[in-house]
Design a protein around this ligand. Structure first.
Ligand SMILES: C[S@@+](CC[C@H](N)C(=O)[O-])C[C@H]1O[C@@H](n2cnc3c(N)ncnc32)[C@H](O)[C@@H]1O
Length: 206
């Protein structure tokens, strides 16, 4: 679906197509398992909720729900209307603002507004020509003192990988925070079905 979309005028349309065609069956969504991202969960330990959190490309909303339960005031957005409807129904009991938005066309008033911006597996899921425009938006969303955290796969191979996902190279990962102060960078390795997967979790402070 992703490759077909790339050859069309909208390389991101396949996300909505996938969510829609899954007809509410979470097993059809390869990145969702009903749980918040465990690297994000670990990173959040010892960081008390401090205001407004924005979850970028929230998918089915597990990370947004986790942050909300911790006490953050959460807004979560995704480009897919079906994903947002699904997430808002799943977590209807939580006080989360769910929005259909495109990272490339966010409301102006979201600039410099957020105490925490969370990006899990978005940049690696979009083609390079979109990614290079999308990544610089992230630091501009932070309020003074705010934090940005990004989680994804690493490409250590030096050769281009046919995605999605497109694991990110180290140079690109360091550039995500722009001029912000980098406050942590970890490279955990996970074994999934016998395959060694290198991930990263990196955070910055405004
Ligand atoms: C690989 S999924 C990850 C979803 C979620 N963060 C997670 O970890 O389960 C990528 C998500 O980014 C969303 N997305 C892709 N491009 C986007 C954009 N330009 N603006 C907002 N959301 C986007 C997709 O619809 C999809 O839900």
């Amino acid at each position: 679906m992703a490759r077909e979309a790339e050859s069309k005028s909208d390389p991101l349309i396949w996300f909505e197509e996938l969510y829609k065609s899954s007809e509410g069956n979470e097993e059809m969504i390869p990145w969702s398992n009903g749980e918040p991202n465990h690297l994000l969960v670990e990173w959040l330990e010892g960081k008390p909720p401090q205001g407004r959190a924005l979850v970028v490309g929230c998918g089915l909303g597990e990370d947004a729900a986790y942050l909300s339960k911790l006490g953050w005031k959460v807004t979560a957005f995704d480009i897919s209307p079906t994903a947002i409807r699904w997430a808002s129904e799943t977590y209807g009991s939580l006080d989360i603002e769910w929005r259909v938005e495109d990272l490339l066309k966010l409301p102006m008033e979201w600039q410099h507004r957020w105490d925490l911006v969370v990006e899990v597996h978005i940049l690696q899921a979009i083609p390079e020509e979109v990614r290079v425009v999308a990544a610089p938006v992230l630091p501009s969303l932070l309020a003074p003192g705010g934090r940005l955290v990004s989680v994804g796969r690493v490409n250590n191979s030096g050769v281009e990988i046919t995605g999605p996902p497109w694991p990110l190279n180290r140079e690109f990962i360091s550039s995500i925070g722009g001029d912000l102060e980098n406050t942590s960078f970890d490279l955990p390795t996970e074994s999934i079905n016998g395959e060694e997967i290198q991930r990263y979790i990196s955070s910055w402070k405004n």
